[in-house]
Ligand binder design. Structure first.
Ligand SMILES: *Cc1c(COP(=O)(O)O)cnc(C)c1O
Length: 227
């Protein structure tokens, strides 16, 4: 299957999941996760309609960014080291993977230098897997209460990477949990009203994630093939 066909299929499945959940498909952004893939393949996805690309390495974003059309946007979805924030802050429109006050402080500093406000998500390790980065559920609100005072950082929402499972249904409970936390934060206005993004769901489980309230899904293999 071509990238264009894959992209169209993921889009239509995503839209069908929206319909099942009584949601407007316009609420959900499909992020084409292009890590390890060459720019020629990103351009195939671009021609098929993709405008948002997810990368997990700073070096890949800095290489691909200048080669893509201006309306193609990059999201940083991988673990970010504080010493690389400066390289990526102007190239990634959204950083999904903020998992500490320390990292947010560094983003604050680099954003302040450039007189910009950087949009970020807090990464949450909902399933508490040892192999994954991310805040624990109970750490999210205390962390947010600190970061919301940073003038050059705007917390737009929450992100999770669910466990790798054969049956996507096994992850439904984690998506439900994160959605509930997201709604709690909004209801109690802990975010100062900035939260509007819930980034969850990958190739194996994006339909379940959409049914449970995802507003961004991150699909790599389903669009570009295996890595
Ligand atoms: C690689 C990656 C994805 C995409 O994974 P696929 O299973 O290929 O869709 C999504 N999110 C993050 C954070 C990733 O690193």
């Amino acid at each position: 299957m071509s990238i264009a066909m894959n992209y169209a299929e993921v889009k239509s499945r995503m839209e069908a999941a929206c319909v099942r959940a009584g949601r407007d498909p316009k609420e959900v952004t499909l992020i084409a996760v292009s890590k390890t893939k060459p720019v020629s393949m990103l351009m195939e996805a671009y021609e098929a309609g993709a405008r948002t690309f997810g990368e997990n390495k700073v070096q890949e974003i800095t290489e691909k960014f200048p080669q893509m059309p201006e309306d193609a946007k990059f999201h940083m979805i991988g673990h970010l080291q504080t010493n690389k924030v400066g390289q990526v802050i102007e190239k990634a429109v959204l950083i999904h993977s903020v998992d500490s006050v320390h990292l947010a402080e560094k983003i604050e500093k680099e954003a302040a230098k450039r007189n910009m406000v950087k949009e970020i998500l807090l990464e949450v390790n909902v399933a508490e897997e040892d192999s994954k980065f991310g805040l624990k559920m109970e750490e999210v609100i205390p962390t947010l209460e600190i970061i919301r005072n940073f003038p050059h950082v705007c917390v737009k929402g929450l992100m999770t990477i669910a466990p790798f499972v054969e049956d996507a249904e096994e992850n439904r409970k984690y998506f439900k949990e994160l959605y509930q936390l997201y709604v709690d934060i909004k209801t109690k206005n802990i975010d100062n009203g900035t939260m509007s993004v819930l980034s969850m769901g990958m190739t194996g489980d994006y339909e379940v994630a959409v049914e449970e309230g995802a507003t961004m899904i991150r699909v790599g293999t389903g669009i570009f093939g295996s890595r």
